[in-house]
Design a protein around this ligand. Sequence first.
Ligand code: TXA
Ligand code: MG
Length: 327
Amino acid sequence: MKLDLATPIVAAGEDGVAKAVKCLRDGGLVAFPTETVYGLGCDAGNAAAIARLYQAKGRPSFNPLIAHVADLAAAERIGRFDGDARRLAASFWPGPLTLVVPKAEHCPVADLATAGLDTVAIRVPLHPVAQAILRGFGGAVVAPSANRSGHVSPTTAAHVHVDLDGRIQLIVNGGPVSVGVESTIVACFDQPVLLRPGGLPREKIEAVLGRALAQPVAADPTRPLAPGMLASHYAPRTKVRLEATHVEPGEALLAFGAAALPGVDATTVVMNLSEQGDLAEAAANLFGYLRALDAKGASGIAVMPVPRHGLGEAINDRLRRAALPRE
Ligand code: TXA
Ligand code: MG
């Protein structure tokens, strides 16, 4: 498919959804909103389109993708669900949960998208625009977050445009997302394992399972269980300093809660994830604020401590990655 110089942004009405569906059928790359972050989708059965998707993101192709479908019935054509997987799907789909399960026989997802693994990651998003596109398309759509590899995930159509203009066929604008961090990923084999904390808090998953989620055992640290969780995946260019109890001269501040830090008066660049200390609000603001602070030319970004329970687990995970030295 030919790439125009500029990528059109269409509003997420009936017309926009129809354009997205046609583009997916033609093997194109379409960015669309989900409730977690914007995804960059293509036909999960079209290996050539998937190759172009990896290229557009600048993402290594050994990094497998999540297959998005409209409902559990469609998911069961792709993967095999045991009791735990079915319970989690019934409780949390549609929603910000991805399940990694063994591939079904005749799984229609191209091997390139699963990096040759015999497992597949599946998600049923809740966002009405994502749902409309998936129902219109009828098949599975593989979609990583719609950012250039190494950048933070996009939570608005404008973020997508900054990263991927001229590299993809279409952006569907459905406004800012509601959750703001990527889906929680749980692998369901013998024992459910938390591969990535995300938009669905661990506590809710454990309440449904009636037991604790296991931690991944990475026998070989160069081949992590969720291969996309490369250490410095969520990377602003500006140096990030965590658990800040003061602000240094020249630093920008990413605040949380109402407390004022020593040194804050000297900086003009302050963004507060949530003055009320609300973790859902903080998650929704996280990536947009990191992008905005990164653009200020500060000497560093100081980040106040964020509690670790509920959505705080995913927020702290992304902040820790943002603070790692670049690979
Ligand atoms: O919220 C989300 O999950 C967003 C929206 C667009 O759905 N998508 C997203 O995709 O975050 P991405 O590609 O940025 O992250 C997918 C993660 C990667 O860490 C990848 O390694 C992991 O899922 N993954 C995919 N297939 C896997 C598999 N078979 N086994 C283990 N991990 C897998
Ligand atoms: Mg991503």
